[in-house]
Design a protein around this ligand. Sequence first.
Ligand SMILES: [Zn+2]
Length: 386
Amino acid sequence: MKSILEIQTIEVHKLPSGESLNVKAYIFDSGLEGPTTYIQSSVHGAELQGNIVIYEMMKHIKNHDFKGKITFVPLANPFATNNRLGGHTQGRFNPITGHNWNRNYTDLMGLKEDQKNFSMKNFVTKFIDSPWEEIKKEYKIAIEKMIQSFENKMTYERGPQHNKFLNLKLQSMASDADFVLDLHTGPIATRYIYSAEYERDRVKDLSFPFNLSIPNKFAGAMDEACFMPWVELSKSFKSQGREIPIEFESYTVELGSEELINTQQGVIDSSRLLHFLYLRGQLVDDVRYSPPSGQYLSLLDDYKTYYSSDGGLFEYHLAPGDTFKKGDILGEYLLLQHIDEDFNEDKVRPKLVAVKDGIVINHCTTCSIGLGNELYQVMENYQELT
Ligand SMILES: [Zn+2]
């Protein structure tokens, strides 16, 4: 079987100087019945590992049998990727508006009917007795139309807002997907997944060591923007007496630390995601993948942040992925402003002590910290996925 690769160029921004910024979508269409998958990376400009993972995945797909369609959009936010300051990429927030690039997607379900030109009630009434496959097909078309309607309204009324323009374009490219993987990284981080509550028993298939379970709610991110229409569809059918499955899945995939690409890790990362696609019936044959030694899950409420209690320098004693016990020393401050003639070590070099058992998920990129800055993010009350 020969796969067909189509490369599309999509304009996502216009610079003040008049030039356009584009993204490239690499669309692999098998021409066979099967799932539709959408994978993007680097919506946060400094988070780069996803690009090498996409490259490795595309190499595999090109040479192996698959079903359905897979769209890859690496470097999905060129504005943020190019947003460098000295040796550092400031790609998390739009420097003009201050908005986080992954908190400004559109909750289609939160829009008024006239904003999206869609009524859930009418849709459910129309398809209440239809086969699930037909509902799914029609609803994907409806999602795309909702995005188009909202985009047109916004553009022709008072104009699009910068982040929204990009985010809607990406949402639109993912509108016909059954599976969406949004590839990110943490600051200095381990590998972990954000999954919705309803995906609790499925997230294991991604073979990542750490997993955070978020509510089935919208908080601005791509994964949520993509799963909300399906969560609401299922609720609306239920309210009219019919149970339909939420087959759709979307995940935020966190691939280690920002500002780095690493081929060796990229091969492992991509093998895990390819294995997931095999389990979902997209790849015909399984891949040789690297399962983690254990898989752990915490609820979002148990994802806790340690903040700096003073301003100064901070030495991290633990690395992402390390486990610790209550009472363990997580790190040590260096507060030179507290030096006096007594040279009191406790004042100058106070320690950060763990208040509860946990696992380090990520820590800040710098040791230069002000009062209230984030130091570590950790998983507490974690359970093993079996
Ligand atoms: Zn990110």
